[in-house]
Write a protein that binds this ligand. Structure first.
Ligand code: NAD
Length: 437
């Protein structure tokens, strides 16, 4: 198969490299010329474990290449994936589809033989119809079918997720397109990945329903954590106790500072808008969004509570800024509103992240960026663990306690045992767990 990926970001680059690794011939197109030049020099513009090696080996075997020329990439392709961004539209929360439509127009102009055009970007119900209309308008002679094939990979584990997906969703009523998509994913049959064939609109809705459901689980356990704190219960044990029930499942039941990242915040908002536009309001998801929004500043109040509610003149050390470990992605990271709230309360903020520093510097102001966790803690009145990077799980707390102004740990990911931290002389505040005696 000859595959063209339009958009070489987190999804396009990982999917493109994995398809090439399956044996397909893939060209990844991006209109960011700097990105394409970097890729052609062998540099990977994002941090994703294993991606550099996967890209290098497939480039070497001549199955993967990069270009900024959409027309050249589309000519001769069997399948063209659109994997460009769909951020929240400024002001109203609808998905901004301008990148998808611009890509569709460029693809349309270059179509010749029958080509399957696939939206891999997360797009609201009906976007496939609009992409089809745009292509037909732009190139009335084009022979093509538009398919929805949403992506479910998670940053930080993207290659594994792509190669061992829980399911693949393919939305189309076109028999020929369905056969071609089956060939594209045939290498995954060996991994017994279930394929859900459905219509295009249903496929589009599956992606939003999945992300919104996961966001709901997170918001749910966070509210249970708040209650657990008030009544002296332990949210981690509640999560285990309910998660062992197969109908509930153990995943996405970790209490923390609220969800963030490049998908959940924008996708929940976009689904709410789709619901409102179609007179089917999604009140549960509206509440999830509101609960999650309030939570991030509430986490700053949790830090303040360790100081009798007053953070003025205090130095707070923040460990971890990316929205989760093993990525450099800072889009909508909970650390951003949390740090702003700490600053609003009069604290000065020092921060460290293992790979997210460069991205963090672009979005955070008045923060002292440190070179490691120990330098970050030095002189601070409180250490706040925001992202659970592996390297924060076994810090030398004794050493830290000596260098901090006051030994306080606010562990927003519950990665430490309260008793162990207290034994090292710290005041410990976790999420939804009883305070150590
Ligand atoms: P991204 O911003 O990392 O990448 C998008 C890329 O598309 C950028 O490199 C941009 O330069 C390029 N681009 C934009 N317009 C273009 C055009 N006309 N021609 C060529 N290139 C163009 O975004 P992402 O995180 O990869 O997300 C892409 C889509 O996948 C979004 O809809 C997102 O919701 C969805 N998604 C993301 C994830 C994730 O974990 N990041 C997971 C599943 C689904």
């Amino acid at each position: 198969m000859r595959i063209t990926m339009v958009g070489a970001g987190y999804v396009g680059l990982v999917s493109g490299a994995c398809f090439a690794d399956f044996g397909h011939h893939v060209v990844c197109i991006d209109n960011d010329v700097t990105k394409v030049k970097a890729l052609n020099r062998g540099e990977i513009p994002i941090y994703e474990p294993g991606l550099a090696e996967l890209v290098a080996s497939n480039v070497k075997q001549r199955r993967l290449s990069f270009s900024d020329d959409v027309a050249a990439g589309v000519r001769g392709a069997d399948v063209v994936f659109i994997a460009v961004g769909t951020p929240s539209r400024r002001g109203d929360g609808h998905a901004d589809l301008s990148y998808v439509y611009a890509a569709a127009r460029e693809v349309a102009a270059a179509l010749s033989d029958f080509t399957v055009v696939v939206t891999k970007s997360t797009v609201p119900v009906g976007t496939g119809d609009e992409v089809e209309r745009i292509i037909r308008e732009q190139n009335p002679d084009a022979k093509f079918a538009v398919v929805s094939n949403p992506e479910f990979l998670r940053e930080g584990a993207a290659i594994r997720d792509f190669k061992h997906p829980d399911r693949i969703v393919i939305g189309t009523d076109d028999t020929r397109a369905r056969e071609i998509m089956a060939q594209v994913y045939r290498p995954l049959y060996l991994n017994a990945a279930p394929i859900v064939y459905t219509d295009r609109r249903t496929a589009e809705l599956i992606k939003y329903a999945a992300n919104s459901f996961l966001a709901t689980k997170v918001a749910f356990i966070n509210e249970i954590a708040d209650l657990a704190e008030k009544v002296g219960a332990n949210v981690q044990e509640v999560a285990r106790g309910i998660g062992l029930d197969n109908r509930i499942g153990a995943k996405f039941l970790h209490a923390g500072p609220g969800y963030g990242g490049s998908c959940f915040p924008k996708d929940t908002l976009a689904l709410i808008k789709t619901g409102q536009d179609n007179e089917a309001p999604l009140r549960i998801i509206e509440t999830v969004v509101a609960v999650n929004d309030q939570r991030k500043r509430a986490m700053a109040r949790k830090v303040a509570n360790a100081f009798g509610g007053n953070l003025r003149g205090k130095s707070v050390a923040v460990l971890g800024m990316t929205f989760k470990p093993n990525t450099d992605d800072m889009r909508d990271a909970p650390s951003i509103p949390l740090i702003t709230a700490l600053q609003d309360m009069g604290a000065t903020v020092r921060a460290f992240d293992p790979v997210g520093m460069e991205q963090a510097k672009k979005v955070l102001e008045d923060v002292t960026f440190c070179s490691d966790a120990y330098e970050c803690a030095k002189g601070a009145h409180a250490l706040v663990i925001v992202t659970e990077w592996e390297q924060f799980r076994a810090l030398d707390l004794k050493e830290m306690a000596v260098t901090m102004a006051t030994p306080v740990i606010v562990d927003l990911r519950n990665i430490y045992s309260p008793d162990e931290v207290s034994r090292n002389g710290f005041l410990y505040c976790g999420v939804g767990r009883p305070q150590p005696m």
